[in-house]
Every structure is written in C-alpha cells, then in structure tokens.
Design a protein around this ligand. Structure first.
Ligand code: GLU
Length: 440
C-alpha cells in the first residue's frame, strides 16, 4: 500500500509536466489501495497565492485526481521549528553567518582553483565569542545540516541504483536567516509525518535525494522509496515551465481537451506503451508500471493532444461526455461523435438539426426534383436510402453529385455526420423548407 504525495508550490499554474507527476503518484496510490496526499508547498509567502492553490485543486478535480488528504506547509511551522531545535541539540544543524556575497566570493575562489564550489564549513569552527560578535554586528544565522562522510545509495524505482559520493555538495541550508524553513527541511519532515512511502517526482530532484535521505535518517526515520521520471520537453527542446505558461492544464481544459484524454496521455507518455485513447480508468491504473517508464525525455507537442482528444471522443460513450454536450442525447451523440474534435462540437450538430440554418443551394433544378420526391413520414434511418434511390432513378445523379448538393441544402455545410442519421432528426417539414431554400 503506497502512500504518495504530489507537492506543488502554489506559485503558478500546473502544466502538463507537473500533472504527469501528479498522475503517476495518484496511480501508484490507487494501484496499491494506498493513500494519495495533495500537499501545497507554500512556504514561499511572496510567490504563493490562494488563487494558484485553488487553480491546482480545480485542475486536479477536473482530471479526477482526487486526494485523500490535503496538507499545507504554511500551517506546519511549529513542526518545522520543533525539528529544527531537535537537530540543533543533536549537533546536526549549525548556525552560519556568511552573507550571500561572501558565499559567492568563496565559490568563485574555489572555482578559480579548480575545486568544487562546496561550502567550507568555516562556521563549524566559530567560537561562542565569535558568534556573539557576529550577532552584535546585526547578523542573523542561517542553519546548515552537517552531511555525513559516507556514500549514500538508493534504488530508484525508475532509474535503478543511484550512488552519491560524499563531499560533492554543500551542507544544505535548512532554515533561512529570516527563520523560514527551506523546502528540504519542510519536505522531509512532512514525508515522515504524513507516512509517505513513495515519492515520485521529476529527475530535476535526483540531486536532492541523498541529502533528503540523510536528513530523514538523522531525524530517526526511514526514508521513503523514490522514483524520478524524466521531464517533458517542449517541441523546441526546452523544459516546460509554469512561469513560461506553456501547456497549462487550465488552458487545455478551456480548449476542449477531455479529462480522460489528458489522463490517457499522462499515463502513457514517456513509457514503452503507445499513447492511445483509454476509457477504462481501472485498467489504466492497474496497467501502469515503472518498468515501462523510459529514461528519455518525451517531447510534448500540443498538436498530439488535439489528435488524441478527437480519437478519444470518436470512441467515447455518451455517459463520459453528457455534461459537456448540452441538449445532445445518447442517440444523437453516437451519430455525431465521429465528426467532433471537441465534445462541444456535438452541440453544433444538434443546432444544425434543430435550429435555423441558411441552406446552400448549388443546383436549384436538381434540389427541386429531389424535394418533390421526399417520402412521407414516419421517417427513420432507412428513409435516406429510399429517398436518394428515388432521386437517382429520376435524375441520374449518383455519388458525390447526389450527396453533396443534398448535404449542403439540408445542413448548410459540406462535411458532417452520415445524412442517413441526420435526416430523421431534421424531420420532413424542416427538410422540405430547406430544400425550398428557406432559412429554416
Ligand atoms: N514543491 C516541490 C516542487 O514543486 C516538491 C518536490 C518534491 O516532490 O519533493 O518541486
């Protein structure tokens, strides 16, 4: 039973790439009968907003990614402070007083000497008197976690065995000068407190993992399992970014992408299984496996989603779109679904049959002959065949020369669903009026 979490910062809108992380975490929890937590990493008070938090919840709800628990880091400062004190008392967290400029200078010097730009731990050697002197200057400490000297390894669910040598990264800052805990401290405490057993996230976080494992252990906990997936790249090869705004989930929704289209995409993109329309959520969940997840970065092309959405709709049962097709009923949906790119297009076809249109009459003499041959009601799906058979007999028109002028007169358009299906919905009175060139 996996307990997973999706932990966005509410500092922007979710894009397809973020949502893929959310979807995989959700799938893993559902696959194992576990728990899925939505956690808002909102410690950045300047950039986090309530509107972005709401947008995240709306996007996830729309997609069906329901969470069993909602957490906000901004409500958990007491916990972070308690653990900070504990780490200090264990000697694992030490106060540092360097300014950002001093640290920058230190890094530049190290680089110039060909050394890795790793914090030199000078603050570990400060005496009490030196610390007091620095504080008297008005400096406030930030707090660094003392990393160990051992190799850290873990078995990544997607990337396999990962190994980190000691000495390559700086002791991470866990509490800032203003007392605000950093992502690392808050996230590790949360994962422990919330019983998270599996962390799925983008590979941009692989480098943080060794530190997080060490910190979890220092806090007396066992770290969760980790799986890092590659990131979606835009067509130009860059990463997607919330700030740049490409691929925002809310925009896709507004453009008529169906939630199950997006789920089909997210569950399959970057795996060895084909991206195709999926209708059975249970099968989608049970069929997902880390073993199929590729380590290459998949390309995200918005055009692929447009095509997938149309394909998905062409096979979609009425129940799956009912709320987005207005007055369209089940029979009519089956009639027109093969001709839509967005669910709302079905409503246009409904209007073509039930509302006033301007007929297009290209061959008045032919249309007049056809009108005279309209069968009497009742009409059903065989009426079209009976009628056009009679029209061919009378006029000699066949194929496109028969169908196209009739389609244009009856619907005002040159393409569309089978006329055999539309004709009985249009009905005899309206069909006769349109064939007479009336706006009806
Ligand atoms: N708030 C972090 C982010 O959005 C969460 C990373 C994680 O999953 O640990 O990148």
């Amino acid at each position: 039973m996996a307990v997973t979490r999706f932990a966005p910062s509410p500092t922007g809108r979710l894009h397809v790439g973020n949502m893929r992380t959310a979807a995989i975490n959700w799938i893993m929890a559902r696959q194992t009968g576990g728990r899925f937590i939505l956690r808002l990493d909102d410690t950045d008070a300047e950039r986090s907003t309530e509107a972005f938090a709401q947008g995240i919840k709306d996007d996830m709800t729309w997609l069906g990614l329901t969470w069993d628990e909602l957490e906000c880091q901004s409500e958990r400062y007491d916990r972070y402070e308690a653990e900070r004190e504990r780490l200090v008392s264990m000697g694992k967290l030490y106060p540092c007083y360097e300014t950002p400029q001093e640290l920058e200078t230190q890094r530049n010097l190290q680089k110039a000497r060909g050394l890795p730009p790793v914090y030199d731990r000078a603050a570990l050697n400060l005496s009490d008197a030196e610390r007091q002197a620095l504080e008297a200057e008005g400096r406030r400490p930030h707090w660094r976690f003392r990393l160990g000297d051992e190799v850290v390894t873990f078995d990544d669910g997607i990337r396999g065995f990962v190994r980190f040598e000691p000495g390559h990264v700086s002791d991470p800052i866990l509490v800032r000068e203003d007392g605000v805990p950093t992502y690392t401290l808050a996230s590790v405490i949360d994962d422990i407190d919330m019983g998270v057993t599996l962390v799925v996230r983008g590979e941009d976080h692989v480098a943080n993992t060794a530190v997080q494992i060490e910190l979890a252990r220092a806090l007396g906990a066992t770290e969760p399992a980790y799986a890092h997936h590659s990131l979606l790249a835009s067509a130009s090869g860059d990463g997607l970014s919330k700030r740049k705004g490409g691929g925002a989930v809310a925009d896709l929704r507004d453009d008529g992408v169906e939630p199950m289209t997006l789920m089909s995409y997210l569950a399959r993109v970057g795996t060895s299984a084909p991206v195709e329309p999926l209708y059975d959520l249970k099968a989608m969940v049970s069929g997902f496996s880390f073993q199929n997840v590729s380590r290459n970065s998949p390309r995200y092309d918005p055009a692929d989603l447009v095509v997938l959405n149309a394909k998905w709709l062409h096979g979609a049962p009425y129940g799956a779109v009912k709320s987005r097709v207005g007055p369209v009923d089940a029979t009519f949906w089956l009639l027109v679904r093969g001709n839509v790119e967005r669910a709302a297009d079905a409503e246009d076809w409904w209007q073509v049959c039930h509302d006033v249109i301007i007929p297009v009459i290209t061959n008045a003499a032919f249309i007049a002959e056809a009108a005279a041959l309209l069968p009497e009601e009742p009409w059903d799906e065989t009426t079209w065949k009976t009628w056009t058979g009679a029209v061919t007999d009378a006029t000699g028109h066949k194929g496109k020369a028969l169908f196209m002028p009739l389609r244009q007169a009856l619907t005002g358009r040159s393409h569309g669903p089978e006329l055999a299906g539309l004709l009985p919905v249009i009905g005899r009175d309206r069909a006769a009026a349109r064939l007479a060139g009336e706006t009806a």
